[in-house]
Design a protein around this ligand. Structure first.
Ligand SMILES: [Zn+2]
Length: 167
């Protein structure tokens, strides 16, 4: 049965933080396609195989029609800042060393019900504190970029970050 694994809560790997100590995702069965696409520089979200509704983060059942049929859809990485917070210490290392920085919630232009949590940075390789939180405006346009992190064992993970784009 195709959906037999739907509720298994399958655990694939938590391979630990990056070499610099930044937290990286523990990739489970439900989200493995998301993280694989990120490594390829593509932003994908889960879509219901029955009614087509998009959802994020990935989960086994459609909240609209309760179908467990699901697929992946590539979406444009353009969005706007929906909200943000500014973390201050006490924080884990190495986050405390770059605080205060920003954590933003991005609403996708193509699918406003889909929101991502991430960081607004100057460019794909810029540090977490590269954008002054006081300069962030709700509704400002941003676009996704993917930064690759390497663990001490040499394995990699790509995480979505956000940069400003012209309005
Ligand atoms: Zn559905």
């Amino acid at each position: 049965m195709a959906n037999a694994a739907a509720f298994s809560g399958g655990y694939v790997a938590n391979l630990g933080p990056s070499a610099e100590g930044f937290l990286l995702p523990a990739v489970d069965e439900e989200a493995v396609a998301f993280w694989q696409a990120a490594k390829e520089g593509r932003l994908v979200v889960q879509a219901c195989g029955q009614c087509g509704r998009l959802r994020h983060p990935p989960r086994p059942m459609c909240p609209s029609c309760h179908s467990t049929s699901r697929l992946w859809k590539e979406v444009a990485g353009a969005g706007t800042v929906w909200s943000y917070v500014v973390p201050h210490p006490p924080l884990l290392e190495p986050y405390s060393g770059v605080a205060p920085y920003n954590v933003i919630v991005v609403e996708l232009d193509a699918e406003p019900m889909i929101r991502f949590v991430g960081n607004l940075v100057e460019d794909v390789d810029a540090p977490l504190d590269s954008v002054d939180p006081h300069s962030i405006r709700i509704g400002e346009p941003v676009e996704v970029v993917f930064r690759t992190f390497t663990r001490k064992d040499g394995s990699t993970e790509a995480l979505p970050f956000w940069v400003r784009r012209p309005s």
